[in-house]
Design a protein around this ligand. Structure first.
Ligand code: NAP
Length: 328
Protein backbone atom coordinates (compact mmCIF):
# COMPACT_ATOMS: atom_id res chain seq x y z
CA UNK A 1 0.00 0.00 0.00
CA UNK A 2 1.00 3.65 -0.30
CA UNK A 3 1.83 5.51 2.90
CA UNK A 4 3.63 8.61 4.06
CA UNK A 5 6.70 7.49 5.96
CA UNK A 6 8.63 9.63 8.43
CA UNK A 7 12.05 8.72 7.06
CA UNK A 8 14.39 10.56 9.44
CA UNK A 9 14.44 13.27 12.10
CA UNK A 10 13.90 16.66 10.55
CA UNK A 11 11.34 19.12 9.13
CA UNK A 12 8.23 17.94 7.19
CA UNK A 13 10.33 17.44 4.02
CA UNK A 14 11.44 14.12 5.57
CA UNK A 15 7.95 12.74 4.97
CA UNK A 16 7.94 10.63 1.83
CA UNK A 17 5.32 8.68 -0.06
CA UNK A 18 6.46 5.04 -0.04
CA UNK A 19 5.18 1.60 -0.90
CA UNK A 20 5.01 -0.33 2.42
CA UNK A 21 3.48 -3.55 3.78
CA UNK A 22 -0.20 -3.31 4.59
CA UNK A 23 -0.66 -3.54 8.40
CA UNK A 24 -2.27 -6.63 9.92
CA UNK A 25 -4.92 -6.02 12.59
CA UNK A 26 -4.30 -7.54 16.02
CA UNK A 27 -7.12 -9.55 17.64
CA UNK A 28 -8.81 -6.45 19.08
CA UNK A 29 -8.14 -4.24 16.06
CA UNK A 30 -9.92 -3.26 12.88
CA UNK A 31 -8.19 -2.75 9.54
CA UNK A 32 -9.63 0.32 7.82
CA UNK A 33 -9.30 1.26 4.16
CA UNK A 34 -8.63 4.94 4.72
CA UNK A 35 -10.65 7.41 2.63
CA UNK A 36 -9.56 10.52 4.52
CA UNK A 37 -7.32 11.51 7.42
CA UNK A 38 -6.69 14.79 9.16
CA UNK A 39 -3.63 16.43 10.64
CA UNK A 40 -3.32 17.62 14.23
CA UNK A 41 -0.81 19.46 16.37
CA UNK A 42 0.48 16.07 17.55
CA UNK A 43 1.49 15.33 13.96
CA UNK A 44 3.51 18.54 13.56
CA UNK A 45 4.96 19.04 17.04
CA UNK A 46 7.74 16.56 16.21
CA UNK A 47 8.80 18.78 13.31
CA UNK A 48 9.29 21.88 15.39
CA UNK A 49 12.98 22.74 15.77
CA UNK A 50 14.22 19.58 17.42
CA UNK A 51 16.09 20.61 20.56
CA UNK A 52 18.43 18.06 22.13
CA UNK A 53 15.62 17.24 24.58
CA UNK A 54 13.08 16.92 21.78
CA UNK A 55 15.36 14.64 19.84
CA UNK A 56 16.05 12.50 22.91
CA UNK A 57 12.32 12.18 23.55
CA UNK A 58 11.81 11.16 19.94
CA UNK A 59 14.63 8.62 19.96
CA UNK A 60 13.92 7.11 23.36
CA UNK A 61 10.14 7.17 23.72
CA UNK A 62 8.23 8.27 20.65
CA UNK A 63 10.37 6.48 18.07
CA UNK A 64 8.66 7.82 14.96
CA UNK A 65 11.42 7.24 12.40
CA UNK A 66 10.38 4.64 9.86
CA UNK A 67 6.74 4.93 10.95
CA UNK A 68 3.63 6.33 9.32
CA UNK A 69 2.12 9.30 11.18
CA UNK A 70 -1.55 10.28 11.37
CA UNK A 71 -4.13 9.78 14.15
CA UNK A 72 -7.50 10.78 12.68
CA UNK A 73 -9.06 8.55 10.03
CA UNK A 74 -12.35 7.84 8.31
CA UNK A 75 -12.86 4.93 5.96
CA UNK A 76 -14.35 1.51 5.36
CA UNK A 77 -13.66 -1.59 7.43
CA UNK A 78 -11.58 -4.02 5.38
CA UNK A 79 -10.99 -6.76 7.96
CA UNK A 80 -11.39 -7.35 11.69
CA UNK A 81 -9.31 -9.10 14.35
CA UNK A 82 -10.51 -12.33 15.96
CA UNK A 83 -12.08 -10.71 19.05
CA UNK A 84 -13.73 -7.73 17.32
CA UNK A 85 -17.51 -7.88 17.76
CA UNK A 86 -18.93 -4.53 16.76
CA UNK A 87 -17.67 -4.04 13.23
CA UNK A 88 -17.62 -6.01 10.04
CA UNK A 89 -16.12 -5.50 6.59
CA UNK A 90 -17.96 -2.79 4.70
CA UNK A 91 -18.86 -0.66 7.76
CA UNK A 92 -18.09 3.05 7.37
CA UNK A 93 -16.19 4.25 10.44
CA UNK A 94 -14.20 7.13 11.87
CA UNK A 95 -11.80 7.31 14.79
CA UNK A 96 -8.20 7.25 15.98
CA UNK A 97 -5.47 4.90 14.76
CA UNK A 98 -3.56 2.47 16.98
CA UNK A 99 -0.90 4.43 18.86
CA UNK A 100 -2.15 7.57 17.08
CA UNK A 101 -0.01 6.54 14.11
CA UNK A 102 -0.55 5.05 10.67
CA UNK A 103 -3.38 7.23 9.37
CA UNK A 104 -1.52 8.84 6.45
CA UNK A 105 -1.83 5.67 4.42
CA UNK A 106 -4.21 3.64 2.28
CA UNK A 107 -4.87 1.22 5.16
CA UNK A 108 -4.57 1.68 8.93
CA UNK A 109 -5.34 -0.30 12.07
CA UNK A 110 -7.36 1.01 15.00
CA UNK A 111 -8.55 -0.53 18.25
CA UNK A 112 -12.22 -1.51 18.08
CA UNK A 113 -13.09 0.89 20.92
CA UNK A 114 -11.31 3.78 19.17
CA UNK A 115 -13.76 3.68 16.25
CA UNK A 116 -17.43 4.55 15.79
CA UNK A 117 -19.82 4.24 12.89
CA UNK A 118 -19.63 7.25 10.58
CA UNK A 119 -22.91 9.18 10.37
CA UNK A 120 -24.38 8.41 6.95
CA UNK A 121 -24.98 12.08 6.16
CA UNK A 122 -21.30 12.93 6.64
CA UNK A 123 -18.54 12.63 4.03
CA UNK A 124 -15.39 10.71 4.90
CA UNK A 125 -13.46 13.99 4.76
CA UNK A 126 -15.76 15.66 7.30
CA UNK A 127 -15.67 12.61 9.59
CA UNK A 128 -11.85 12.48 9.45
CA UNK A 129 -11.70 16.07 10.71
CA UNK A 130 -13.42 15.16 13.95
CA UNK A 131 -11.73 12.63 16.28
CA UNK A 132 -8.80 14.30 18.10
CA UNK A 133 -9.99 17.91 17.88
CA UNK A 134 -13.64 17.08 18.55
CA UNK A 135 -12.91 14.85 21.55
CA UNK A 136 -10.52 17.43 23.00
CA UNK A 137 -13.21 20.10 22.80
CA UNK A 138 -15.90 17.79 24.18
CA UNK A 139 -13.86 16.49 27.11
CA UNK A 140 -12.35 19.88 27.95
CA UNK A 141 -15.75 21.56 28.15
CA UNK A 142 -17.85 18.73 29.60
CA UNK A 143 -15.48 16.81 31.89
CA UNK A 144 -12.92 19.31 33.08
CA UNK A 145 -15.04 22.41 32.46
CA UNK A 146 -18.33 20.98 33.82
CA UNK A 147 -20.19 23.16 31.32
CA UNK A 148 -23.84 23.97 32.17
CA UNK A 149 -26.72 25.42 30.13
CA UNK A 150 -26.95 29.19 30.35
CA UNK A 151 -23.32 29.64 31.41
CA UNK A 152 -21.20 32.37 29.90
CA UNK A 153 -18.40 30.49 28.16
CA UNK A 154 -15.37 32.01 26.42
CA UNK A 155 -13.30 30.05 23.91
CA UNK A 156 -9.84 31.52 23.44
CA UNK A 157 -8.35 30.37 20.12
CA UNK A 158 -11.80 29.68 18.67
CA UNK A 159 -10.88 29.45 15.00
CA UNK A 160 -8.59 26.41 14.84
CA UNK A 161 -9.24 22.67 14.90
CA UNK A 162 -10.17 22.36 18.57
CA UNK A 163 -11.68 25.85 18.84
CA UNK A 164 -14.22 25.49 16.03
CA UNK A 165 -15.53 22.28 17.63
CA UNK A 166 -15.50 23.92 21.08
CA UNK A 167 -17.71 26.83 19.97
CA UNK A 168 -20.31 24.47 18.49
CA UNK A 169 -20.20 21.94 21.34
CA UNK A 170 -20.56 24.71 23.94
CA UNK A 171 -23.63 25.98 22.03
CA UNK A 172 -25.05 22.46 21.95
CA UNK A 173 -24.83 22.44 25.78
CA UNK A 174 -26.92 25.63 25.83
CA UNK A 175 -24.11 28.00 26.79
CA UNK A 176 -23.78 31.64 25.77
CA UNK A 177 -20.55 31.59 23.79
CA UNK A 178 -17.92 34.26 23.23
CA UNK A 179 -15.29 33.32 20.65
CA UNK A 180 -11.86 34.97 20.59
CA UNK A 181 -9.99 34.90 17.29
CA UNK A 182 -8.25 37.23 14.84
CA UNK A 183 -9.95 39.67 12.43
CA UNK A 184 -9.98 37.29 9.48
CA UNK A 185 -11.95 34.66 11.42
CA UNK A 186 -14.62 36.80 13.09
CA UNK A 187 -17.28 36.06 10.47
CA UNK A 188 -16.57 32.33 10.53
CA UNK A 189 -16.83 32.27 14.34
CA UNK A 190 -20.28 33.92 14.11
CA UNK A 191 -21.31 31.51 11.38
CA UNK A 192 -20.65 28.47 13.59
CA UNK A 193 -22.81 29.88 16.37
CA UNK A 194 -20.76 32.19 18.60
CA UNK A 195 -23.04 34.76 20.26
CA UNK A 196 -20.21 37.25 20.54
CA UNK A 197 -16.79 37.46 18.97
CA UNK A 198 -13.72 39.32 20.17
CA UNK A 199 -10.83 40.16 17.88
CA UNK A 200 -7.68 39.43 19.88
CA UNK A 201 -5.65 41.76 17.67
CA UNK A 202 -7.80 44.71 18.83
CA UNK A 203 -9.08 43.85 22.29
CA UNK A 204 -7.71 42.01 25.31
CA UNK A 205 -10.70 40.09 26.73
CA UNK A 206 -8.97 39.79 30.10
CA UNK A 207 -9.03 43.59 30.49
CA UNK A 208 -12.49 44.62 29.26
CA UNK A 209 -14.34 44.02 32.54
CA UNK A 210 -16.39 41.05 31.26
CA UNK A 211 -16.54 37.92 33.43
CA UNK A 212 -17.14 34.31 32.38
CA UNK A 213 -18.27 31.11 34.10
CA UNK A 214 -15.97 28.99 31.96
CA UNK A 215 -12.91 29.91 29.93
CA UNK A 216 -11.57 27.25 27.56
CA UNK A 217 -8.07 28.24 26.43
CA UNK A 218 -7.12 26.44 23.26
CA UNK A 219 -4.50 28.68 21.73
CA UNK A 220 -2.36 31.76 22.29
CA UNK A 221 -1.18 32.95 25.69
CA UNK A 222 -2.32 34.96 28.68
CA UNK A 223 -0.84 34.72 32.16
CA UNK A 224 -2.90 32.62 34.55
CA UNK A 225 -3.61 35.73 36.65
CA UNK A 226 -5.25 37.40 33.64
CA UNK A 227 -7.54 34.40 33.05
CA UNK A 228 -8.38 34.43 36.73
CA UNK A 229 -9.39 38.09 36.53
CA UNK A 230 -11.81 37.29 33.70
CA UNK A 231 -13.60 34.53 35.67
CA UNK A 232 -16.72 34.85 37.80
CA UNK A 233 -16.16 34.03 41.50
CA UNK A 234 -17.06 30.33 41.03
CA UNK A 235 -15.61 30.27 37.52
CA UNK A 236 -13.61 27.52 35.87
CA UNK A 237 -10.56 27.90 33.60
CA UNK A 238 -9.55 24.94 31.45
CA UNK A 239 -6.38 24.99 29.38
CA UNK A 240 -6.26 22.59 26.42
CA UNK A 241 -3.20 23.93 24.63
CA UNK A 242 -1.61 27.06 23.20
CA UNK A 243 1.82 28.43 23.99
CA UNK A 244 3.99 26.11 26.10
CA UNK A 245 4.15 28.80 28.79
CA UNK A 246 0.34 28.75 28.96
CA UNK A 247 0.25 24.96 29.38
CA UNK A 248 3.05 24.92 31.98
CA UNK A 249 1.41 27.66 34.04
CA UNK A 250 -1.88 25.77 34.06
CA UNK A 251 -0.10 22.53 34.97
CA UNK A 252 2.21 23.93 37.64
CA UNK A 253 0.22 26.76 39.19
CA UNK A 254 -3.39 25.87 38.41
CA UNK A 255 -4.25 23.81 41.46
CA UNK A 256 -2.35 26.13 43.83
CA UNK A 257 -4.22 29.17 42.49
CA UNK A 258 -7.51 27.25 42.62
CA UNK A 259 -7.03 26.54 46.33
CA UNK A 260 -6.06 30.12 47.02
CA UNK A 261 -8.79 31.91 45.09
CA UNK A 262 -11.64 29.38 44.91
CA UNK A 263 -11.78 29.41 41.13
CA UNK A 264 -10.97 26.15 39.37
CA UNK A 265 -7.96 26.49 37.09
CA UNK A 266 -5.91 23.84 35.34
CA UNK A 267 -4.79 21.84 32.31
CA UNK A 268 -7.31 19.33 30.99
CA UNK A 269 -4.69 16.64 30.35
CA UNK A 270 -4.56 14.71 27.09
CA UNK A 271 -7.94 13.91 25.57
CA UNK A 272 -8.81 10.20 25.84
CA UNK A 273 -10.07 8.41 22.78
CA UNK A 274 -13.13 6.30 23.52
CA UNK A 275 -16.02 4.96 21.52
CA UNK A 276 -18.73 6.52 23.69
CA UNK A 277 -17.48 10.03 23.01
CA UNK A 278 -16.86 9.31 19.33
CA UNK A 279 -20.45 8.09 19.09
CA UNK A 280 -21.66 11.23 20.88
CA UNK A 281 -19.72 13.34 18.39
CA UNK A 282 -21.39 11.24 15.68
CA UNK A 283 -24.82 12.18 17.06
CA UNK A 284 -23.93 15.89 17.22
CA UNK A 285 -22.71 15.69 13.62
CA UNK A 286 -25.71 13.74 12.38
CA UNK A 287 -28.13 16.21 13.98
CA UNK A 288 -26.25 19.13 12.45
CA UNK A 289 -25.51 20.69 15.86
CA UNK A 290 -21.83 20.36 15.02
CA UNK A 291 -20.33 20.65 11.59
CA UNK A 292 -16.57 20.40 10.94
CA UNK A 293 -14.88 23.50 9.56
CA UNK A 294 -12.34 22.44 6.92
CA UNK A 295 -10.11 25.03 5.32
CA UNK A 296 -7.98 22.91 2.99
CA UNK A 297 -7.74 19.44 1.47
CA UNK A 298 -4.45 17.83 0.48
CA UNK A 299 -3.91 14.54 -1.37
CA UNK A 300 -1.95 11.82 0.45
CA UNK A 301 1.18 12.64 -1.53
CA UNK A 302 1.16 16.19 -0.08
CA UNK A 303 1.00 15.45 3.64
CA UNK A 304 4.28 17.35 4.14
CA UNK A 305 2.66 20.47 2.66
CA UNK A 306 -0.41 20.01 4.86
CA UNK A 307 1.74 19.76 7.96
CA UNK A 308 3.80 22.80 6.99
CA UNK A 309 0.59 24.78 6.60
CA UNK A 310 -0.83 23.53 9.91
CA UNK A 311 2.41 24.31 11.73
CA UNK A 312 2.07 27.95 10.57
CA UNK A 313 -0.53 28.22 13.36
CA UNK A 314 -3.33 29.95 11.45
CA UNK A 315 -5.47 27.20 10.01
CA UNK A 316 -9.17 27.98 9.93
CA UNK A 317 -10.63 24.78 11.39
CA UNK A 318 -8.93 21.68 10.03
CA UNK A 319 -6.78 20.46 7.14
CA UNK A 320 -7.87 17.14 5.71
CA UNK A 321 -5.86 14.55 3.77
CA UNK A 322 -7.77 12.80 1.02
CA UNK A 323 -6.76 9.25 0.21
CA UNK A 324 -8.17 8.48 -3.20
CA UNK A 325 -10.84 10.73 -4.64
CA UNK A 326 -12.55 13.51 -2.69
CA UNK A 327 -16.02 12.13 -1.88
CA UNK A 328 -17.83 15.49 -1.73
N1 NAP B 1 -5.03 18.48 25.46
C1 NAP B 1 -5.18 17.75 24.36
O1 NAP B 1 -5.49 16.54 24.40
C2 NAP B 1 -5.01 18.41 23.02
C3 NAP B 1 -5.51 17.81 21.87
C4 NAP B 1 -5.40 18.48 20.65
C5 NAP B 1 -4.73 19.70 20.60
N2 NAP B 1 -4.21 20.21 21.74
C6 NAP B 1 -3.52 21.50 21.71
O2 NAP B 1 -4.50 22.51 21.51
C7 NAP B 1 -3.93 23.58 20.77
C8 NAP B 1 -4.82 23.90 19.60
O3 NAP B 1 -4.90 22.81 18.72
P1 NAP B 1 -5.62 23.04 17.34
O4 NAP B 1 -5.63 21.72 16.65
O5 NAP B 1 -6.88 23.78 17.52
O6 NAP B 1 -4.55 24.00 16.64
P2 NAP B 1 -4.67 24.77 15.27
O7 NAP B 1 -5.84 24.27 14.52
O8 NAP B 1 -3.34 24.71 14.62
O9 NAP B 1 -4.94 26.26 15.72
C9 NAP B 1 -4.91 27.24 14.73
C10 NAP B 1 -5.72 28.41 15.20
O10 NAP B 1 -5.10 29.04 16.31
C11 NAP B 1 -5.42 30.41 16.29
N3 NAP B 1 -4.43 31.22 16.97
C12 NAP B 1 -3.12 31.31 16.67
N4 NAP B 1 -2.53 32.17 17.52
C13 NAP B 1 -3.49 32.63 18.36
C14 NAP B 1 -3.50 33.54 19.44
N5 NAP B 1 -2.40 34.16 19.85
N6 NAP B 1 -4.65 33.75 20.09
C15 NAP B 1 -5.79 33.13 19.70
N7 NAP B 1 -5.85 32.27 18.68
C16 NAP B 1 -4.70 32.02 18.01
C17 NAP B 1 -5.44 30.73 14.82
O11 NAP B 1 -6.36 31.76 14.63
P3 NAP B 1 -5.94 33.13 13.91
O12 NAP B 1 -5.44 32.74 12.55
O13 NAP B 1 -7.21 33.86 13.94
O14 NAP B 1 -4.85 33.70 14.77
C18 NAP B 1 -5.88 29.43 14.13
O15 NAP B 1 -7.25 29.48 13.74
C19 NAP B 1 -2.51 23.15 20.40
O16 NAP B 1 -1.63 23.73 21.31
C20 NAP B 1 -2.54 21.65 20.58
O17 NAP B 1 -1.27 21.14 20.90
C21 NAP B 1 -4.35 19.62 22.94
Amino acid sequence: MKAIVYTQYGPPGVLHLREVERPEPKDDQVLVRVHAASANALDYRRFEKLSIMGRLMEERFIKSVGKVLGADIAGVVEAVGASVKQFQPGDEVFGVTAGSKGGFAEYACAAEDHLALKPSNLSFEAAAAVPVAGLTALQGLRDKGQIQPGQKVLIYGASGGVGTFAVQIAKSFGAEVTAVCSTQNLEMAHSIGADRVIDYTKEDFTKNGQRYDLIFAVNGYHPLSAYQRALNPQGNYVCAGGALSQIFQALLLGSWLSRKKGKKMGFMGIAKTNQKDLALMGELLESGKVSPVIERYYPLSEVAEAIRYLAGGHVKGKVVITVGNLSN
